[in-house]
Design a protein around this ligand. Structure first.
Ligand code: BT5
Length: 324
């Protein structure tokens, strides 16, 4: 059916122009037939622009369905299997449930999470308009290297948001992505391992895409892509880009982690700042000096001692010592 074929072609190049001539040639139909199909799709609520450059699909029923994400997805394995839920407790919980039978790169994605989770069982607010997804990875790396998955995910999401929207995205140790001083995305990586092999990593990614941060309970600490840009974005395009960047960074992490650690450091909003660390061993303040090869944050305590913090929370402090 022409309309269906045209729809698929436009979805493949969602957000960019497709020439009518090329589409007609590849589908073996006339340009007039394409025009008719476009008119019919517009009638269904698809927003399709037309210009000398061809057609561009700029808005669709804003769902993160398999079809919308996978059409035009340029990955080898990440996102090739995708489970879309309108509402779910937590995509990480669901991903861990299906992990034994899931292929490397399987994605669980939801429009809404009713019990989204942050680290240490904190609550993650996940209303409509965001991107809430978990990617199952089964990389060939030893358990001691598991931290690199989190680094790879942070770098991938930062690259995706920056690449698509030109926003300056910084990483706040260990897992926050920031625009300015506000959090736009959080990552929760959970792993399963035996003594000598990482069995899986579930990379949970939450991105405040099209939502009003004021509607979140700590809106003053959060931002969203739409509020930064002053317009809504195509979430399916964002998801695709994140999956593509994640595949690239997960390949980098199995080859050599040096570049990722370096990029993380360059993107870091934490290094060079005074921080307050809260970890299992207690709370202290100091200067964040560097990211170590094992993913820990090196913090120079005021008394001069260098602490390597492998897990915990980190608050950025103003020079005067007040919390931001
Ligand atoms: C995180 O934890 O930042 C990891 C968040 C991971 C969420 C994804 S969504 C898909 C997948 N499925 C899940 O169930 N989770 C993952 P953490 O560093 O612990 O930060 C949690 C803190 O961020 C909370 O205590 C709030 O202060 C704040 N917060 C909660 N919801 C937020 C939101 N939507 N935007 C910005 N900040 C938020």
């Amino acid at each position: 059916m022409t309309r269906e074929e045209v729809r698929r072609e436009l979805i493949k190049s969602l957000g960019s122009w497709t020439s009518g001539e090329e589409m007609a040639a590849s589908l073996g139909i006339s340009r007039a037939a394409i025009w008719k199909a476009v008119a019919s799709l517009r009638g269904e609520g698809y927003e399709i622009e037309a210009s000398k450059r061809g057609y561009r699909l700029s808005a669709l029923p804003d769902l993160l369905s398999e079809e919308l994400i996978q059409g035009g997805l340029k990955t080898r394995f990440v996102g090739r299997r995708l489970h879309h839920h309108k509402s779910i407790t937590s995509t990480n919980v669901e991903a861990k449930r299906i992990v034994p039978s899931a292929e490397d790169g399987t994605v669980v994605i939801a429009e809404v999470q009713t019990a989204g989770r942050g680290r240490m069982d904190r609550h993650w607010e996940s209303p409509r308009g965001g991107v809430w997804m978990s990617i199952i990875l089964k990389p060939m790396i030893p358990p001691a290297q598991a931290f690199i998955v989190n680094i790879a995910a942070c770098v991938a999401v930062a690259r995706a948001i920056e690449g698509l929207y030109g926003l300056d995205v910084k990483v706040k140790w260990p897992n926050d992505l920031m625009v300015g001083e506000r959090k736009v995305s959080g990552i929760l990586t959970e792993i399963g391992a035996d003594m000598d092999r990482l069995e899986y990593a579930v990379v949970g990614i939450g991105i405040n895409a099209n939502l009003d941060p004021a509607a979140l309970s700590e809106g003053w600490k959060a931002t969203s892509i739409s509020s930064e840009l002053g317009r809504e974005v195509l979430r399916a395009e964002l998801v695709r880009r994140v999956l593509e960047e994640l595949e690239a960074s997960s390949e980098e992490m199995t080859a050599s982690s040096d570049r990722l650690l370096e990029e993380w450091s360059i993107r870091s909003a934490t290094l060079g700042r005074r921080v307050r660390i809260t970890s299992r061993v207690g709370e202290f303040e100091g200067l964040a000096e560097g990211l170590e090869a094992d993913g820990s944050l090196a913090v120079r305590r005021d008394e001069g001692l260098l602490e390597r913090v492998i897990a915990g929370d980190c608050a950025h402090l103003r020079p005067a010592g007040e919390r931001i």
